[in-house]
Design a protein around this ligand. Structure first.
Ligand code: SF4
Length: 335
């Protein structure tokens, strides 16, 4: 029987993805941006964001010299905004310490903000064909099933076993293709639910398939109920503009523009501080947004005021980086 990597590579030759935008005339910069966007986000969602990002920031220096607002505006809607802030920070480090050239050794790449071991390995393997094992979510799933790797997800003991297997199976040659092949195998065939095992190039010796226990691998995280939080967001408008605040650079939606949040008793004080007097108040339906660690129930409240000095017009809002729930809340507003 052929080795694991030989079978995976033969499958990739026939069925793998070779026409993704970042694969065309691939550079370290393009691969880096795409890999960061693909963390937690699916390929089909990433493609339009990637294309727009590349049109605006075609190279590292353009990205490094841009304002954080500009970078966040091109990330708005993708979520996990620390990824965009780290991308921007890393571009500035590369400009200042590497003469604008993306480093090509694993230690330097891993030292950049927001780039972990697997992402660094993927960037160098995919672009330069360097031999590094990767271990993203897709690869963890394939290897855990194929090799029956037990252990709670993301615990260091489990990761150690998964990395050891990933290292062992990574071939000496064609590492770039193998890396893409493993990602594709995980997202197209060995899917989270209903994997297409009969189309899988490694089903013959897949432990989970042969023992009929695919659902047990990777082992599940014990279910936790997400904590819930409530907030009131004020949509302050004079029907020409809307009032937005920039969030602190650290924390949820760091550096993005958002609606002000106040508790019910301080709305009057808040408006007074802005020198505004309220004409009309209209509550909208509660909107719930789920973060990884908690659920946020937002009570939106439209506050109409006579005149806003510091707000944004609709055309200006389109240029800002806004979190998705805020985009949603103001999407039907006429101003
Ligand atoms: S045989 Fe099925 S479970 Fe095993 S690696 Fe292939 S797709 Fe995944």
């Amino acid at each position: 029987m052929q080795t694991f990597s030989q079978r995976v590579l033969a499958w990739f030759e026939k069925y793998g993805r070779k026409h993704l935008p970042w694969q065309q005339q691939a550079t370290l910069y393009k691969t880096w941006v795409s890999e960061v966007m693909l963390q937690q986000t699916q390929v089909k969602t990433v493609i339009p964001y990637f294309n727009r990002f590349m049109r605006r920031f075609p190279d590292i220096l353009t990205l490094a010299n841009a304002s954080q607002d500009d970078v966040l505006a091109h990330w708005a809607g993708l979520g996990y905004y620390s990824r965009a802030r780290n991308l921007h920070k890393s571009a500035q480090i590369i400009r200042d310490q590497y003469h604008g050239l993306f480093p090509n050794n694993i230690e330097d790449v891993t030292a950049l903000p927001g780039i972990g071991r697997s992402t660094a390995a993927a960037i160098l393997a995919l672009t330069l064909n360097q031999r590094h094992a990767i271990l993203d979510g897709n690869v963890k799933r394939v290897l855990s099933r194929h090799q029956l790797i037990d252990g709670r997800p993301n615990r260091s003991a489990t990761l150690k076993k998964q990395w050891a297997v990933a290292e062992k199976l990574t071939p000496q040659r064609a590492c770039g293709q193998y890396t893409q092949a493993m990602m594709d195998l995980g997202s197209l065939i060995c899917t989270r639910s209903k994997p297409k095992c009969r189309e899988c190039p490694v089903y013959v010796d897949c432990g989970a398939y042969q023992s009929n226990c695919i659902d047990d691998y990777p082992n599940k995280q014990p279910k936790k109920t997400l904590p819930e939080k409530n907030t009131t967001m004020l949509i302050i408008t004079d029907d020409q503009r809307i009032y937005l605040e920039k969030r602190p650079s650290k924390g949820i939606w760091g550096g993005l523009w958002s609606l002000p949040e106040v508790s019910g008793t301080t709305i009057a004080c808040f408006l007074k501080r802005l020198g505004l007097s309220e004409d009309d108040r209209q509550p909208l339906d509660t909107y719930t947004h789920t973060f990884t660690h908690y659920k946020l129930h937002i009570q939106p409240l439209i506050i109409r005021v006579n005149h806003l000095n510091t707000g944004f017009r609709q055309t200006e809002v389109k240029q800002l980086g806004l979190p998705k729930p805020v985009q949603h809340l103001i999407s039907n507003l006429h101003y």
